[in-house]
Design a protein around this ligand. Structure first.
Ligand code: S3P
Length: 443
């Protein structure tokens, strides 16, 4: 990641108006680069997110032998190395801040007979990797990880790999995807059972690349079976806009009086769209225009108007479909009428930062009233009154977490004294144009 940016204040905003387009979906962008790198032939990717996390994936796939090039029209072309024909990387794979790059690539390389070392920044180096090491070890891979199962770690791919059936102990699309990607270069059928459905971009896109994959049910739980050792065929991918990036503008437009904003081309895969449902339950006016399909994913333009929000108890069953959107939902809760209660958020503690404590500290510093529990926050909203903002000389600790930085920037738009952030550099991992788009929308 870029070095720390200087402290920056986000202050009360004019209404957000007009139309804007958020960048490509991060989860889909990672997968498009990885699968195209495994395919035989040339794939073209349109709408790829050019954020640091995805560029870390591109750099790694190049080290593994794929030819990846950005064309003048903004599309990316990938000439795949072919499944089973990846090259052993000559240097460590630097995953930067990106958990998705790390866990998915660990899965992929776990069944290639090679050695690879994974490194990352301070945030990524604190995140748990045992959740992927466990199933990948069952498939025959070996790992030497740092204390507590963290990066830097060394992986030695299985030779030969063995197929497994793995029931996910945590609701994690990254763990699911790691096992499925390991299954690609494994003879026979590798199966994942997910008691709680998570984002299904891997399943959708693998099918697009011609992989034989079955989705069914076992004892009432979702089961995905991937047939190993089949070639991936090159494929053109169009990446829809990222709903997780759109969420910052949705909440900003709901909160800033007078706002009337259209966010174009937002991916609305049901495994990702929980935030929209919850904000509507709180009274948010979010209308879907021109619902259509882009790259095998449902997409719409979202028309968002300023609304008076009411606090709710968020159903923990919806957590997997909005797991990355809680930081910005907390901001919505801080401005709502009444109390918003969230629970079942244990996984937030192992994201780029501990998002429960980091947001609790950040919002308290900005004047919000809340209590922290082990698995969530209880937030007493202002009923639409501006937050106070950060006190003179104090700034929010963003802790190398892009979503904390953007969420608290949104909080700044509805604060009396502004919200000072200690570092905006992490925003570039997922949404390099965030500040520019925000400025343009409020111009
Ligand atoms: C992602 C899965 C989620 C999410 C992350 C992206 C993915 O992580 O938080 O931002 O692309 O598969 P978990 O698998 O840890 O829930």
């Amino acid at each position: 990641m870029a070095t720390k940016a200087p402290d920056k204040i986000f202050s009360s905003s004019a209404p957000l108006r007009g139309r804007l387009r958020v960048p490509g979906d991060k989860s889909i962008s990672h997968r498009a680069l990885m699968f195209a790198s495994l395919a035989v032939g040339k794939s073209r990717i349109e709408g790829l997110l050019e954020g640091e996390d995805v560029l870390a994936t591109a750099a790694a796939m190049r080290q593994l032998g794929a030819l990846i090039e950005r064309k003048d029209d903004g599309a990316w072309e990938v000439l795949g190395a072919g499944l089973g024909s990846l090259l052993e990387p000559k240097a460590a794979l630097d995953m930067g801040n990106s958990g998705t790059s790390t866990r998915l690539l660990m899965g992929l390389l776990a069944t290639h007979a090679m050695t690879a070392t994974f490194t990352g920044d301070a945030s990524l180096s604190g995140r748990p990797m045992n959740r992927v090491i466990a199933p990948l070890s069952q498939m025959g891979a070996h790992f030497e990880a740092s204390d507590g199962g963290t990066l830097p770690l060394m992986l030695r791919g299985a030779n030969p790999p063995v197929p497994i059936t793995y029931r996910l102990p945590v609701a994690s699309a990254q763990v699911k995807s790691a096992v499925l990607l390991a299954g690609l270069n494994t003879p026979g059928i590798t199966r994942v059972i997910e008691p709680v459905p998570t984002r299904d971009h891997t399943e959708r896109m693998l099918k697009g690349f011609g992989v034989e994959l079955e989705i069914g049910e076992e004892n009432g739980e979702r089961m995905i079976a991937v047939h190993g050792e089949s070639d991936l065929s090159s494929c053109d991918v169009v990446v829809p806009g990222d709903p997780s990036s759109a969420a910052f503008f949705i909440v900003a437009a709901l909160l800033v009086p007078g706002s009337d904003l259209v966010i174009e081309n937002v991916g609305l895969n049901p495994t990702r769209a929980g935030i929209i449902e919850v904000l509507r339950q709180m009274g948010g006016s979010i209308e879907e225009l021109d619902r259509r399909e882009v790259g095998g994913e449902p997409v719409a333009d979202l028309h968002v108007r300023h609304s008076s929000l009411s606090g709710i108890d968020v159903d923990p069953a919806i957590v997997p479909s909005m797991v990355d959107e809680f930081p910005v939902l907390f901001v919505a809760g801080a401005l709502a009428q009444g109390t918003t209660r969230t629970s079942g958020l244990e996984e937030l503690r192992v994201k780029e930062s501990d998002r429960i404590t980091t947001m609790a500290n950040a919002l308290k510093l900005a004047g919000a009233r809340l209590e922290e529990q082990e698995d969530g926050l209880t937030i007493h909203g202002t009923g639409g009154e501006l937050l106070r903002g950060t006190p003179e000389g104090a700034s929010v600790e963003t802790r190398l977490d892009h979503r904390i930085a953007m969420s608290m920037a949104v909080a700044g738009l509805v604060s009396r004294d502004g919200v000072m952030l200690d570092d905006t550099a992490p925003i570039a991992t997922s949404f390099p144009d965030f500040e520019q788009l925000l400025q343009d929308a409020a111009a």
